[in-house]
Design a protein around this ligand. Sequence first.
Ligand SMILES: Cc1cc2nc3c(=O)[nH]c(=O)nc-3n(C[C@H](O)[C@H](O)[C@H](O)COP(=O)(O)OP(=O)(O)OC[C@H]3O[C@@H](n4cnc5c(N)ncnc54)[C@H](O)[C@@H]3O)c2cc1C
Length: 363
Amino acid sequence: MFDVAIIGAGPAGTAAAFDLLIQGRKVLILDKYEFPRKKACAGGITPKGYHLFRYDISPIVKRKCRIIKIKPLNKKPFFVTDDRTLCYMTRREELDFFSLKKVISIGADFRVIKKIQSIGETPFSVDIYTDSGCFRASYLIGADGANSVVRRCVSTVRFYEKQLAIEADVRVGRPDMYQMEFDFSRLRNCYYWLFPKDDHVNIGIYSLAANARPQVQRLIDFAESRLLTSRLEAIKGYPICTGGFKYRPDSKRILLAGDAAGLAERLLGEGIFFAVKSGQQAAQSILESEHAAVSARDLYLEKLKPIQTDLKAYDLSSKWFYRFPRVSLKALSFPFIRNRFVNGYADGKTLTQILMTKGLNES
Ligand SMILES: Cc1cc2nc3c(=O)[nH]c(=O)nc-3n(C[C@H](O)[C@H](O)[C@H](O)COP(=O)(O)OP(=O)(O)OC[C@H]3O[C@@H](n4cnc5c(N)ncnc54)[C@H](O)[C@@H]3O)c2cc1C
């Protein structure tokens, strides 16, 4: 019997595993793939996410971006810059493999399963029935991403939404010639990105609208116009799960974290920070419940409040932003507003902290 079973070895799962293992708990991690495995993700990590990792991930950082180019519709692009890093570029397969090796090195039991058949809960344990047998643990953390099977097995209400994103790598002669870029000029309710890495650039489309689904042809057109090539490698699309500000765990022993709980933000689709944070909070809730009269579920709900408030703010911002993109981007071109966001991001603040912190000129 394990203390905690975790399904999913992405950022949420390994972050939870790390915190449990360093406190001496017996942890099982199940994933449907051998690692390293491909994962649809641009691998951009904001400063607040980067500093949340309990171990140094600098060995897998491909580039530190201090300049971001923003392209509004029918307007000249503008740049946001800072002396500090605004985004750390990684490759997701490397980040996840790095984190998985880290937790295995401190005692995690990692197994590959092809299928979860069902999940049963008793007052004292959780049973996970899979094609490779049954695993029993005191708690289960469902960290199996946007299409979570754990969520399907345990959740009684649909609290989440899914946005779509598609991405590909493009080999270019001089990736260092490109800046990190968000292009809002091409399609309503979408943005295109260009993330420069060490030996290639990653491009992609994030879409809020079902009628503007990110299509491969659109990505090829973008590559042709921006990078003068249509040779895309490793094209991948996957949902990003948002709406997690409404998540309430149904069970006392089964907690969802990361995209499984809808904990990505809706404005730009950032999810790594929220996955790591919620994974750590799920682990801390289980540990603290051992010495408290309160259940892990109630502790987790309490701990999740700040990120759920943040995700609600992102949700409202995204509704405003994609409805009035010109006005919103115009606002960003005013130095007072832009500096507030850029400084806040570079300082590693959350959206709520940026919005609530008094500006220099405010009393
Ligand atoms: C195209 C794209 C680009 C993105 N770019 C960024 C970005 O630049 N920055 C950012 O912050 N966020 C980005 N995101 C969002 C980010 O990828 C997710 O929010 C983040 O990966 C969520 O982490 P997680 O640990 O919750 O889930 P995941 O990273 O999805 O990990 C889930 C794990 O569970 C495993 N799994 C799934 N189903 C099962 C099953 N049935 N049984 C066993 N194991 C299972 C999977 O193999 C996987 O290893 C992007 C998303 C997409 C789709």
